[in-house]
Design a protein around this ligand. Structure first.
Ligand code: PMP
Length: 383
């Protein structure tokens, strides 16, 4: 009968489809890698369905949280280590030491890469660094130097402490192991890894059809490298928007050309620190990596902590996307940017790290947000 013929054909088509997709999956699987260092980069891009539906734009996330060390900083750490090897500052096979001053993801990435490549990591950080980050660094076996919180002009400040510890090793050590200061804010290798990796990946993954790119700025390496690459490809068709947390100076710098430099004027860590629960982005001084990106930034959006915590819960509940605080800032900015773009425009944000690194601070507030919160309520979120 016709029914039997149709169902036989359907079974055959289904079998063919299974065979085709099965072999496709197999051929797509990569051969064994040399180690954890080879898992860095080539992160996926996903569509954020809830935000796309609500805005009428296509909103995508570059999933940097899929890197083995949990953030985009893996790329930076690897880039800095490889550059130091090329310069002869780190010697493969020797227990040389990478020094950095950081309370953030960079320390975790440096420790991860050093372990993978046979080096050691020495991380200076303020003694109020969050418990989960400290535990991660300890788990990775990094040497940890806790210093009291201090302003950047204070020699005791953790970045300055890291540089000093590095100099000490190089000047007074016996030469059996050398030190390198990673210096992520000023190191040229930072923005370059995003110019050579993150940017081209995003361009290819979206077939070059991108209308807006949104990222926050800590060192500025991400926005500098990605924006520069995408602008060179797309020119004025692309809008680059810096997403800034409350209390950070970048928004004013982009909008009005002035950045109130509280570091130099007041010199204390309290004043210099950006007053937000968001971690990893926002600053009140201009660094080399930000300067590299500044010519490619078209606009800025300021996002409050209230908007960010609501957005984080919203994406967790509606998309299964469990993100950290800086990603939430980018997502809020994406919705704001979508309002001024034609329907169907494509917006890409960086998903910097996952929520698991932010449980004790940011997510402590975010998990209290009602599951039924609407996007309108997310945007209305005050402090
Ligand atoms: N998000 C998180 C979680 C970070 O740790 C950082 C880096 N400090 C950023 C965003 C910002 O990246 P960049 O330093 O490249 O500006």
């Amino acid at each position: 009968s016709n029914v039997a013929a149709v169902s036989t054909a359907a079974v055959a088509v289904a079998a063919l489809y299974r065979a085709a997709t099965a072999s496709k999956t197999l051929t797509e699987l990569a051969p064994p890698r040399r180690g954890v260092e080879d898992l860095i980069g080539n992160t996926p891009v996903i569509k954020i369905k809830s935000l796309s539906k609500a805005t009428g734009c296509e909103v995508y996330a570059k999933m940097e949280l899929c890197n083995p060390g949990g953030s985009a900083k893996d790329r930076v750490a690897l880039g800095i280590v490889r550059a130091a090897e090329r310069q002869g500052l780190l010697r493969p096979g020797f227990p040389d030491v990478v020094f950095e001053g950081t309370s953030g993801s960079t320390g975790i990435s440096i420790a991860t890469i050093c372990n993978a490549l046979g080096y050691r990591a020495h991380i200076s950080l303020p003694d109020d660094t969050s418990a989960e980050k400290l535990a991660l660094l300890e788990s990775l076996g990094a040497q940890i130097n806790k210093v009291r919180p201090a302003g950047i002009v204070d020699p005791e400040q953790y970045v300055n402490a890291a540089q000093r510890a590095c100099n000490q090793l190089n000047q007074s050590g016996d030469g059996s192991h050398r030190g390198v200061f990673a210096d992520q804010f000023e190191n040229d290798a930072n923005w370059r890894v995003h110019y050579q990796g993150t940017g081209p990946e995003i361009y290819r993954q979206l077939d070059g059809r991108i209308d807006a790119f949104i990222a926050g700025c800590g060192t500025g390496g991400t926005i500098a490298g990605v924006a520069r690459f995408l602008k060179e490809k797309l020119g004025g068709r692309l809008r680059v928007v810096l997403a800034d947390p409350q209390g950070s100076g970048f928004y004013n710098r982009v909008k009005f050309g002035v950045m109130y430099d509280r570091v130099e004027q007041e010199g204390t860590r309290r004043r210099h620190q950006v007053d937000t629960i968001v971690e990893g982005i926002g600053l009140n001084r201009i660094t080399h990596n930000f300067s590299q990106g500044e010519p490619y930034i078209d606009d800025a959006e300021r996002v409050t902590d209230g908007q960010a915590v609501r957005m984080a819960k919203f994406l967790s509940v509606n998309d299964g996307l469990f993100i950290g605080s800086s990603t939430a800032i980018n997502a809020v900015a994406a919705v704001k940017v979508a309002e001024s773009l034609p329907p169907g425009s494509r917006i890409v944000i960086i998903a910097c790290d996952s929520g698991s690194r932010h449980l004790s601070k940011f997510w402590k507030e975010a998990l209290c947000v009602d599951n039924e919160t609407t996007l309108r309520e997310v945007l209305a979120g005050s402090q």
